[in-house]
Design a protein around this ligand. Structure first.
Ligand code: HXC
Length: 512
């Protein structure tokens, strides 16, 4: 038999083609097939499939009749915009995309290749979870995947794209990745499905209400990005990658640095002078950073904070900000988690961080205390203090208490802190402060309302003004709002070659 005939025979044994029936079914659900997803994501003709002949070794419980070449997952490597990625795409048309021993080995193999070659890994998940018929071997398949992902954490960007069910322990592969993408009406992620929940607790809930895209984007905070359809979702995976380096030894790809000469006159209109008046911090971001470059992460979760990637004069930066129009930009348990994790990612992958600060502080109240604001708030402190990338803070208006420490204190390790003249820095707001330090005097002057006003004004002038902070060297520069873009660009460029010295240790113990 000639080589060509032999190859043809082998190809017939593989399930390289989707069955037409299944393709129709997927279309009806608005879904692509496993192979189409790879084609949509990768540069044309760049995909090289690995282990297409791998097959289950198990026969029990009807597996002898269900075996398929490739074992229900397509894996390999290819390119996105000319840069290598390793990826796998689970095939729900075959044994529900369930993960058996060989399926697991194929995924482990591409994850390992991604780490060893220093390129991002992408998992496209559409699976019923651990293959029940393969018992402990399925579970160990997951264990191996999780171990690979943990080894790769901070070495390469790891992305999970959930395009179907991600059921059971399977949900921890996304859970361990840096970013999770989901699609409304198509993606579902849960550790136990509605059937199990009903039998254990009696609670009735639909798949979507339990673990649909919106639930994870708005409530649980597990999803970083949600989209309306698969093509839009896959396009945005490419967009995210355009901000990231391939691994921790590289810098994020800069577009040709173009400088940032133009001023931002609109900032004066966007940010009101009047204290307590809200505004949209996203408009501030649009004005300061390169036009249309902002790519928001976890948009729907903890909307009192903002995190995302952008460009400043061509350089990639991570942007963390308080959203002044939502809960006055206070830090609560969820926004603490959101910002801390974002900063950790930026630090892993050499992405400088710029903070835009306007917050009255950590959110007070029994609810937050009992939810563990101390434990969660500590994550921000830890993440910023440990981050060795360039860190710049701009204080627009308020920076009070713990939030000042976490987001702008040079003692915590910020490289440069700049403020607008409207900045206010203090242990707490002046109204609250006066009630504490002048409690007895206020009691004596309870018939003189002017007394309290005077003290508030004195305290504001003495402590809150950015000039006071600048005199003590706590602020490097006080700048006009119109100069913000230019100044931040110059500071960023001056810090790009920053080198940090870390004392050797096994690892710290971040408050998790
Ligand atoms: C083996 C599975 C399977 C699984 C689905 N299938 N899940 N086979 N092991 N885990 C098979 C079905 O038997 C069926 O085969 C085919 O895939 C399609 O499944 P359907 O149920 O017909 O599809 P659908 O109605 O769309 O429902 C999809 C589903 C459902 C919601 C995902 O299949 C489901 O609930 N599966 C189990 C999900 C789950 O609880 N997984 C957790 C496993 S435990 P046929 O031959 O009929 O077409 C786990 C622990 C791991 O993951 C721990 C690691 C740390």
């Amino acid at each position: 038999m000639s080589f060509e005939e032999q190859i043809k025979k082998l190809e017939q044994k593989t399930d390289a083609l989707d069955s037409p029936d299944f393709t129709v079914k997927q279309r009806q659900k608005g879904k692509l097939t496993a192979r189409e997803r790879i084609e949509a994501l990768l540069d044309k003709d760049s995909f090289v499939e690995l282990n297409p002949f791998a097959q289950s070794r198990f026969d029990d419980f009807g597996m002898d009749k269900k075996k398929v070449s490739g074992d229900a997952v397509i894996s390999g490597f290819g390119k996105i915009n000319g840069r290598q990625v390793c990826l796998y795409s689970q095939d729900f048309s075959k044994i529900g995309g369930s993960l058996g021993e060989m399926h697991g080995q194929k995924i482990i193999s591409v994850l390992k290749m991604a780490r060893e070659t220093g390129c991002p890994s992408i998992g496209i998940i559409d699976s019923g979870g651990a293959r029940i018929q393969e018992g402990i071997s399925s579970l160990d398949g997951y264990a191996g995947i999780f171990r690979e992902m943990i080894k790769s954490s901070g070495v390469i960007p790891q992305i999970s794209v959930i395009l179907g069910p991600s059921a059971g322990g399977a949900s921890y592969a996304p859970g361990l990745s840096d970013f999770i993408f989901m699609v409304e009406g198509i993606s579902q992620m849960y550790i136990t499905g509605p059937e199990v929940i009903k039998s254990v607790t009696g609670e009735k809930i639909s798949f979507n209400d339990l673990g649909g895209a919106s639930v994870h984007a708005l409530q649980s905070g597990c999803a970083h990005f949600i989209f309306q359809n698969e093509n839009e979702c896959l396009e945005n995976v490419k967009k995210l990658l355009s901000f990231l380096p391939s691994n921790n030894l590289e810098s994020p790809s800069a577009e040709k640095p173009c400088g940032a000469k133009n001023s931002c006159p609109k900032l004066l209109e966007i940010v009101p002078d009047e204290e307590g008046k809200g505004y949209d911090m996203k408009e501030v971001i649009e004005e300061i950073f390169d036009p249309d470059s902002f790519f928001e992460v976890q948009e729907g979760f903890a909307p009192n904070s903002i995190s995302g990637f952008g460009r400043l004069g061509g350089y990639v930066v991570g942007i963390a900000a308080n959203q002044a129009k939502t809960m006055a930009g206070t830090l609560d348990v969820n926004s603490s988690d959101k910002i801390a994790r974002f900063v950790r990612f930026c630090d892993c992958f050499n992405i400088p961080v710029i903070n835009l600060i306007d917050t009255p502080g950590y959110l007070p109240g029994t609810d937050q205390e009992h939810k563990g604001i101390i434990r969660h708030g500590a994550k921000i402190l830890y993440a910023y203090a440990e981050a060795g990338v360039p860190k710049i803070s701009l204080i627009l208006r308020k920076a009070f208490g713990g939030a000042y420490i976490a987001l702008a204190s040079k003692e915590l390790g910020y490289d440069k802190v700049v403020a607008w003249p409207s900045a206010q820095i203090g242990v707490m707001g002046p109204k609250q402060a006066v009630k504490i330090i002048f409690r007895k005097e206020l009691e004596k002057n309870r018939h003189n309302p002017e007394f309290e006003k005077e003290k508030i004004s004195e305290l504001s002038e003495t402590f809150l003004s950015p000039w006071q902070a600048a005199k003590l060297g706590k602020i490097d520069l006080i700048i006009k709002p119109q100069e913000t873009r230019t100044v931040l660009f110059k500071l960023l460029e001056s810090l790009l070659n920053k080198r940090g010295n870390k004392i050797p240790r096994k690892h710290g113990n971040i408050p998790l």
